[in-house]
Design a binder for this molecule. Structure first.
Ligand SMILES: [Zn+2]
Length: 105
């Protein structure tokens, strides 16, 4: 693992070679997370902007905090800061989640 990563546009290229984009079609708890967060946002303390809960990514994961897809495979879920290399884990995002202001118009 590279402990001093350079920022790259494609987050899949670094840190987690097995990580893949999560889709609703994967079903199970993975689809639940995508569905329940798709209109939510969170403040990114790394870059100071507000990020939408889109482009969930996952890494195969057997420990606590994982989510199963329809096939029973468990994933650790995260969203990448698109302005820097920071990876927001699901648990951290849930702590700071805010409603999309568009919901309240
Ligand atoms: Zn950010």
């Amino acid at each position: 693992m590279n402990n001093n990563p350079q920022w790259v546009d494609d987050l899949s290229a670094f840190c987690f070679p097995e990580n893949v984009g999560m889709t609703v079609e994967m079903g199970g708890e993975v689809a639940d997370v995508i569905t329940k967060t798709h209109e939510k946002m969170f403040p990114c303390y790394e870059c100071g902007s507000i990020h939408q809960c889109i482009n969930w990514r996952g890494v195969p994961h057997d420990g606590d905090g994982g989510f199963k897809d329809a096939s029973g495979k468990t994933w650790w879920l995260w969203i990448g800061c698109h302005l820097g290399p920071y990876q927001w884990a699901y648990e951290k995002i849930m702590l700071i989640l805010i409603d999309n202001p568009m919901d309240h118009q």
